[in-house]
Write a protein that binds this ligand. Structure first.
Ligand code: BG6
Length: 487
């Protein structure tokens, strides 16, 4: 892959939560390891009134709060802060973009823009950038979600962006793709020979993907209440996981090949008809309860008003293609669940015939568990014989074959997903960014589910904080004789 690093970075939302928690620590992490182009300057912009000096102080405080202690190096922090500059911006005022462009200066050596903004401001920002000469051929743009709330609004945003930035200079961010363990799905599937022959409807009974979180609204009420779990988590992160699990082997690790194969998966998602939605989806909203021993409020109480926004969703999905015909993909995600966990469980088919049954031996079908976070491991559950003389019958037990990635790669620092993505944006590698056709195919499927909820007047069922969601989500899989992998 040919790297084409830019000389400048422009960060929108430079005083926001994402900048403090993720972007500044990530950029510092790259700088501390000498991975940023030597002369790279970073200009932050936002509504807040800062100058270079006060922004550097702001950034120093953010690093102090969010960097792990063992990463804090006074000298390296001081030299990182020198890269930072700041220009206030009222995104609705065209004149401000000229001032911003003046501050950024010459962009002939390349500029990467990281844009996170409210969907309502997209048009003004893109036009402002283009008018001020910040969208020319040497400029690429990274776009943070939310990029719309349905297919129509996402198309509108994509059209607006396309007026100034062609697709090859547009980098849509899904931070799950920046996670090491998510990229590892490709290594597991396509770097080993033994999974692929059974990685299909003949070998696999069902796939379960869980992203559970213990947090609640987290001061994001105005965004989250308008989004809900389906749009916040499924429309992007979970569907990307589905794509990596379900895609055909790409011929090369290459930006076009990988994204082509993912896009095919999204296009194979079976659209739910309105009448199928109640039987294939469950929505929930948390009530007060206890999470990890702490008493927490219910969603409505946290929000301060009644709401029908779902904080939990479970879906039974299908892919209509040869490889996956008849294999359900059960997806679930929710806030205020008992533990934080992102996990994929692949349930293989049972053996075609058990020679042990006449001797009392019971078999469980094999399962492969890919734990993405907080721990990183791959576990294959296999049957083994319990030691003994078997005079009362053969006893078989499911035992785990464990691969702890945490332990295997203990000496290697796990980078924040944004470190990888910011570096790829700076260097111009689009492989881990989402292409327009992927996004639009994702929304097409998501919109059909939302239409089904509306047509059937479905409202979220309540669940107590600290539980695995409404009972109906258990019924969703149990009806098929499948249990969620919950331990
Ligand atoms: C974000 C969602 O995209 O992902 C949040 O907007 C969610 O609601 C977060 O909490 C989860 O990310 P991670 O990396 O903590 O799994």
């Amino acid at each position: 892959m040919q790297r084409d690093p830019v000389a400048k970075l422009l960060l929108f939302g430079a005083t926001g939560d994402l900048a403090k928690r993720m972007l500044l620590p990530s950029l510092y992490g790259l700088d501390a390891d000498n991975l940023l182009p030597e002369a790279l300057t970073i200009t932050g912009t936002a509504r807040s009134d800062h100058d270079d000096e006060s922004y550097r102080k702001f950034a120093r405080d953010a690093l102090d709060e969010f960097l792990p202690d063992d990463r804090k190096d006074k000298g390296k922090i001081a030299s990182f802060l020198k890269r930072l500059h700041y220009q206030p911006l009222d995104a609705t005022d065209l004149d401000h973009y000229d001032q911003l462009a003046a501050k950024v200066g010459d962009v002939s050596g390349g500029l990467a823009i990281f844009l996170s903004t409210a969907p309502s401001l997209f048009e003004q920002v893109i036009h402002g950038l283009a008018n001020a000469g910040l969208a020319g051929e040497t400029v690429r743009i990274g776009l943070e979600k939310p990029l719309g709330y349905d297919l129509a609004s996402s198309r509108e945003i994509n059209d607006t962006v396309a007026t100034a930035f062609p697709e090859e200079r547009t980098f849509r961010i899904d931070h799950y793709l920046g996670k090491e363990t998510v990229q590892n799905i490709l290594a597991l599937r396509f770097g080993n020979s033994f999974f692929e022959p059974v990685w299909n409807a003949q070998g696999i009974d069902n796939v379960q993907i869980t992203i559970s979180e213990t947090v609640g609204l987290e001061d994001r009420a105005s965004y989250y209440d308008g989004a809900g779990a389906l749009r916040d988590m499924v429309a992007n992160h979970m569907l990307q996981l589905v794509a990596l699990i379900a895609m055909e082997p790409p011929a090369r690790y290459d930006v076009t090949e990988i994204r082509d194969e993912k896009a095919k998966v999204f296009r194979s998602l079976r659209q739910l008809k309105p009448e199928e939605v109640p039987g294939s989806t469950v929505i929930g909203q948390y009530l007060g309860g206890a999470v990890k021993g702490e008493i927490v409020k219910g969603y409505d109480e946290e929000l301060g008003k009644d709401s029908h926004t779902e904080t939990f969703v479970a879906i039974k999905a299908h892919l209509d293609n040869w490889r996956w015909q008849g294999v359900p993909f059960y997806l679930r995600t929710g806030k205020r669940m008992p533990t934080r966990r992102s996990e994929i469980a692949i349930q293989f088919k049972p053996v075609p015939h058990s020679m042990f049954s006449g001797r009392g031996g019971l078999l469980q079908p094999n399962m492969l568990v890919i734990r993405l976070q907080p721990e990183e491991y791959i576990q294959l559950l296999v049957m083994a014989k319990e030691p003994g003389l078997d005079r009362d019958g053969i006893r078989l037990r499911e035992v785990p074959l464990n691969l702890s990635l945490d332990a295997e790669f203990a000496g290697t620092r796990r980078r924040i997903a944004y470190e990888r993505l910011l570096l790829d944006l700076i260097e111009g590698d689009q492989t881990l960014f989402v292409r327009r056709d992927e996004v639009e195919a994702q929304w097409t499927w998501i919109d059909a589910i939302r239409e089904g909820w509306k047509a059937n007047d479905m409202k979220p069922k309540h669940y107590s904080a600290g539980t695995w969601g409404p009972a109906a989500s258990i019924a969703l899989t149990e009806r098929d004789g499948v249990s969620w992998q919950d331990d």
